[in-house]
Every structure is written in C-alpha cells, then in structure tokens.
Design a protein around this ligand. Structure first.
Ligand code: KIV
Length: 276
C-alpha cells in the first residue's frame, strides 16, 4: 500500500469518502495508528499539553517538534505525516517560516506542514508552497492565539466572525493548501465552509459535515487527565486499565511474585561452580 498523499486525499473527497486523522507524538503510538489504517497523522503541537505537561501550546519549540516528528515518521509506512509548525516558527518572517517548514521535511521526514491562521498568513503559505512543501491550513479556534481569544472558545458564532472564517478558508484554498482544519466552529458553518472550498476540510469540534475528522489521540483513548473538550468521544478508557496494571506490577514486585523463573536467564552449572 502506498503512503497517503495530497492527491489521494483529494481523491477521497471527490469520492465522498471520509478522511481519518489522529495526532501521535512517538514511535510506538504512531506505529499503532498506522497499522489501524488511519489516513493522516498530525504531530500536533498539542504535544505541549499531553506529552510535555505545559498549560498550552505556546512553549513548544521547533526542536521539540522535530524530535517528535522523527519518531512518528519512523513508526509509519502508510499514513501521511503532517508536522505542526509551533508558535513563533512562522510569525517573525516569511523566510524563517520557509526554513522551519523545510526542517520538518528534511530533518523530520514529514510529508507536509500545518500552520494556524487565515488571510493574514497567505504570504507565508504561498512561500512555503513555493518551496514544494504541502501546507495544511488551520482556522477557527487556533490554540496559538489563546491569549488573543481570551481562552479556548467556539469561533464564528456571529455574522462578522463567521463570514471572516469563510473568507479565510477561501483565501487558503486559493493560495493552494491541500486541506484545512476547522477547529471548534458551529456545525452549520463548517458545512458552509466545506461547500465553499475545493480541498478537504478536517473537523475537530466542527460537526459531521467536514470531509474528515481529527482528534488528539490521548483524549480519544482516555489517557489524558487534563481538560477534555465536549467534542471528544472516548473510543476507549485506557487510564483505569493502565493504572490497574501498574498497581499489579507494584504489588507483584513487593510480594516477590514478579519476576518469576520464566522471566530469567540460565547459566551452565560448570560456569556457576567456577565463579569466585
Ligand atoms: O496540535 C494539535 O493537536 C492540533 C489539532 C487539535 C488539530 O492542532
């Protein structure tokens, strides 16, 4: 099976086939996501919260992202890997943005990058595309703007902001992005945006009419103790299972029932006899 590409995603949209995407931040998880046949893996800057324990995504650096992207890419064969450009990696200058996007491809091994923002980012998006790097847009609740938004809130609820999101999506589409993430926007607005653009929309908290869906893997597997947004469905609840296993391990170590004989290695008697 060939790795998912921007062309195969476009084809899926044309055939009305939904696109699946999940985040992953490490080799082992990425290899499970890949084996399950998920179309795209986002090495999201959400790793700041779920992997590094920060309050938000603002502290995540390019070095963090490249390190985790390399691990995820090593775990995948079929999924398309998208590297999430972190805060301040594309805000200072277009030149710096292109250089950082290039690092995701050249050092990280990703197939594409994602960056947050609409019309205000078009020059940056075009310059990255000029470097032959596929770009995924991200509008709506863009977590790197949390201080400007004053919290994590649903976006596009009034006429002015809803129309702005439609303009942002159209501008990204015209600039040449291969897909657009719509985060935390009303369902009917996400539907209108999806109808207004030519590329697949990937929703997170944007209802059922997008061309695909993305979730943070730790949220959907029930493995994250922090705030879980309303739009998340827990497809598993691994936290109690993991804690029970860890408690069993502690108990068996303390009781001396683990390790058992079957977990050890043998040595020949004649070697043993000659030991000091
Ligand atoms: O970093 C992330 O996980 C994301 C998704 C929420 C889209 O950007």
């Amino acid at each position: 099976m060939a790795r998912m590409s921007t062309a195969s995603l476009k084809e899926k949209r044309l055939k009305n086939e939904k696109i699946s995407m999940l985040t992953a931040y490490d080799y082992s998880t990425a290899s499970l996501v890949d084996e399950a046949g998920i179309d795209m893996i986002l090495v999201g800057d959400s790793l700041g919260m779920v992997f590094l324990g920060y309050e938000n995504t603002l502290s995540v650096t390019m070095e963090d992202m490249i390190h985790h992207t390399k691990a995820v890419v090593r775990g995948t064969k079929n999924a398309m890997v998208v590297g999430d450009m972190p805060f301040m990696s594309y805000h200072v200058s277009v030149k710096e943005a292109v250089r950082n996007a290039g690092r995701f491809i050249q050092e990280g091994g990703a197939q594409a990058v994602k960056l947050e923002g609409g019309q205000e980012r078009i020059a940056t998006v075009k310059a990255i595309l000029d470097a032959q790097i596929p770009v995924m847009g991200h509008i709506g609740l863009t977590p790197q703007s949390v201080n400007q938004f004053g919290g994590f809130k649903v976006q596009g609820k009034d006429l002015e902001t809803a129309n702005k999101l439609i303009r942002d999506a159209k501008a990204l589409d015209e600039a040449g992005v291969f897909s657009i993430v719509l985060e935390c926007v009303p369902t009917q607005l996400a539907k209108r945006i999806t109808e207004a653009v030519s590329v697949p929309t990937i929703g997170i908290g944007a209802g059922q009419y997008c061309d695909g869906q993305v979730l943070v893997i730790n949220d959907m597997l029930g493995m994250f103790k922090g705030h879980i947004p309303k739009f998340v469905k827990k497809f598993a609840n691994l936290e109690p299972i993991i804690i029970a296993a860890l408690r069993d391990y502690k108990k068996e170590v303390e009781e001396g029932t683990f390790p058992g004989e079957e977990h050890g290695f043998t040595i020949k008697d004649d070697v043993l006899e000659k030991l000091y």
